[in-house]
Design a protein around this ligand. Structure first.
Ligand SMILES: C[S@@+](CC[C@H](N)C(=O)[O-])C[C@H]1O[C@@H](n2cnc3c(N)ncnc32)[C@H](O)[C@@H]1O
Length: 316
């Protein structure tokens, strides 16, 4: 497909998904979203305080994220060069604010057994560890061995304790890990990455295609099913992507809800003006009504595009 036709197909799709006109799509996908800062709560008290004071002094534009402790929106990334070295020391984690949502939605508690199915490079797993103060059983998995090795290195840097680090394929993980093993599972899957597209770049859609979306859709559906099996009754499963196509977002969740009557979608319990409800249908396919509680994050000056669904399994 020529690059012009591809751009038109992307604009048409995104205008339908986000409910905007095709000629508005370019201004939404103009890229260069700022990073946010999460100060690492696994540091000892003194180092935590020092780090907090340092970032507040160097980056006066910080705005606390009211639904995520120890974290700040950083609209202009002022003082970035001075704060960056702290990331290399494991004192702060820098990522787009959308990535803060899944660990907060998962709400891990001290003592929980938690599985992060696609964990590398580790931003969300380290956030989970910080939220429990390392007082849980954290199992990390990522099917790419070099990425898993990097994850182990970064876990050490950020002071994260984990029980296991495995490289299972998420779609078959239920064949290797016991059923109903975890209180909480994060499934932050590989996806087509539409939420990060920057249409100002000439090659922005080089890897994007409707065929690719279709391929991911089937893989992600299998992953959801496998993760469901590992979840204890009463447990929580958070499914997230950094993409916006309903095939990769609502569809896998809809399928797993259809197959398992003891699973439902719970509201996140926090919101921002960019958070849109999950779609009720897409191109002729009707979705489970519970998907209105899922959240699609509209790309903005603060957030990259993202999708999160919080699923809870009925108690036994
Ligand atoms: C979106 S990234 C995860 C980001 C990570 N959760 C974080 O916050 O840093 C997706 C990850 O899935 C891994 N992956 C890809 N296919 C997989 C599969 N079939 N099973 C398990 N992991 C997979 C990739 O290696 C990649 O690290």
């Amino acid at each position: 497909m020529s690059s012009q036709r591809k751009t038109r197909a992307f604009e048409k799709r995104m205008s339908e998904v986000l409910g905007i006109r095709p000629n508005q799509v370019e201004s939404v996908f103009r890229g260069a979203r700022p990073t946010s800062i999460r100060v690492n709560r696994l540091l000892d008290e003194e180092r935590y305080r020092e780090t907090l004071e340092f970032v507040r002094a160097k980056a006066p534009g910080l705005i606390p994220v009211d639904w995520c402790e120890h974290s700040f929106f950083w609209p202009d990334n002022d003082g970035f060069d001075e704060v960056l070295p702290l990331a290399h020391e494991g004192r702060v984690y820098l990522q787009n604010a959308a990535s803060l949502i899944p660990p907060v939605a998962l709400d891990p508690q001290p003592g929980d057994s938690v599985l992060d199915v696609a964990a590398a490079p580790g931003g969300k797993a380290f956030h989970i560890a910080a939220r429990t103060g390392n007082e849980g059983e954290l199992w990390l998995n990522d099917s790419a061995p070099p990425r898993a090795a990097k994850l182990a290195e970064l876990a050490e840097l950020y002071g994260v304790r984990y029980a296991e680090l495995t490289t299972h394929n998420a779609q078959y993980i239920d064949k290797s890990v016991p059923a109903e093993r975890f209180d909480r599972i994060l499934l932050d899957v590989q996806c087509s990455g539409e939420g990060r597209v920057n249409l100002r770049k000439s090659d922005a859609l080089r890897y994007w295609s409707e065929e690719r979306i279709e391929k991911y859709k089937h893989l992600q559906t299998k992953m959801c099913d496998a993760a469901y099996k590992l979840l204890k009754p009463g447990g929580t499963l958070v499914y997230s992507t950094c993409t916006l196509s309903p095939e990769e977002d609502e569809f896998p969740v809809h399928k797993v809800l259809r197959r398992h009557a003891d699973l439902s979608v719970a509201p996140l319990g926090f919101s921002e003006e960019e958070f849109l409800p999950g779609l009720g249908s897409w191109r002729g396919e009707k979705f489970d009504p519970g998907l209105r509680h899922a959240v699609r994050v509209r790309p903005s000056d603060v957030f990259e595009g993202f999708f999160v669904a919080k699923l809870v399994k009925d108690p036994a």
